[in-house]
Design a protein around this ligand. Structure first.
Ligand code: PHE
Length: 349
């Protein structure tokens, strides 16, 4: 028969030895090893308790109570040591941390110059009462050409280097289909600007297969060429400064009559053609740079959208956003817009 005193002594010794081992344990792994050795399923506690069944009936409850107490003490000791180790680790981390160091600010992005200029231009027209609208980049031939007075065999279709999706679906070659879509969507008065991407089969130093345009359209009773002139002059001066001059040159577009191209006095040389005695490369010494095409909406177009050409007149214009951005920011190379070089882009925040 096992002896109660031996068992109790054994349990007490276990506590002492566990305390000693814990004092030496310096990591969570070592702590776990100590726990397994003492409290594990095959540990010393379990080993000592295997004597329990052979104790006398009056000794069993005494041994049981002692066992529970020892188990609780061991558990508490292990937990206390773990807390101690955690604190030490935390203190060590804090010791190597300098709270007076300045913080690291996360880099803040900036808008692409095309986005900036698009927004600025649309804001100017919104201020003049124009709505900002958009439409599909994959467009029906009918909107891109036919309803703009360009029947199937019209030479302007070649001129535009169209990218075809199918025989009757194209990547829009200009934002002008938004003229048609806007007029079909509402009755006059119509005043809209439509920014967006356009596509042409064209790629060299000064042309990219995708670029951005902004279309403008105003149709109402008694809209005249003078309104076109006044609106575009006001717009140009808002974007390029009040001293900028504007010149209208006769031109041709199938969907406007008469048509014009608009030049502004060169923003690089102030219209003089020279910078510090050297030839201005932006305007090639002419003092003028082209920025947009425009005209009075051709009465034929009204036929396609069911507007009465006897009642209504209007003007339309289309401008290249990259071109305006180049002039506004003095960017010499069109490719800059498409290379996504952060050193370039971050200059426009
Ligand atoms: N859509 C023409 C182009 O891309 C520009 C334009 C728009 C001309 C509106 C006149 C009126 O070249």
């Amino acid at each position: 028969m096992a002896d109660l005193a031996t068992l109790l002594g054994e349990l007490e010794r276990l506590v002492q030895e566990c305390a000693t081992q814990l004092g030496q344990a310096s990591s969570s792994e070592e702590l776990e090893a100590v726990r397994v050795e003492h409290l594990g399923r095959k540990g010393r506690m379990a080993g000592a308790m295997s004597a329990l069944p052979s104790l006398g009936p009056e000794d069993k409850p005494v041994a049981g109570r002692k066992a529970n107490e020892v188990k609780a003490r061991l558990t508490a000791m292990l937990e206390a040591r773990q807390t101690e180790l955690d604190r030490a680790a935390e203190a060590e981390k804090l010791a190597s941390f300098d709270p007076t160091l300045p913080g690291r600010t996360p880099p803040v992005g900036s808008l692409h110059p095309v986005t900036l200029v698009t927004r600025e231009i649309c804001d100017v027209f919104a201020g003049l009462g124009f709505d900002v609208v958009d439409g599909p980049e994959v467009e029906n031939d009918w909107y891109n050409f036919e309803a703009l007075n360009m029947p199937p065999d019209h030479p302007a279709r070649d001129m535009q280097d169209t990218l075809y999706v199918t025989d009757s679906i194209v990547l829009r070659t200009h934002t002008s289909p938004l003229q048609v879509r806007s007029m079909l969507a509402q009755k006059p008065p119509v005043a809209v600007v439509a920014p967006g991407k356009v596509y042409r089969r064209d790629s060299d130093l000064t042309h990219t297969p995708m670029f951005h345009q902004i279309e403008g359209l105003l149709v109402d009773r008694k809209v005249s060429m003078a309104d076109l002139r006044g609106t575009l002059t006001a717009f140009v001066r808002r974007i390029f400064g009040p001293e900028t001059n504007v010149r209208f040159r006769p031109s041709f577009f199938p969907f406007t009559e008469p048509s014009a191209e608009v030049d502004i006095s060169c923003v690089m040389c102030g219209g003089t053609g020279h910078i510090h005695g050297e030839t201005c490369r932006v305007c090639k010494q002419t003092g003028w740079v082209e920025i947009l095409g425009c005209g009075m909406v051709d009465p034929n177009v009204y036929g396609f959208v069911d507007y009465d050409p006897e009642l209504y007149t209007g003007f339309a214009f289309g401008l290249g956003v990259e071109r305006v951005a180049m002039l506004k920011y003095g960017i010499g190379d069109l490719r800059m817009f498409f290379e996504n070089d952060v050193r370039f882009l971050s200059q426009f925040s």
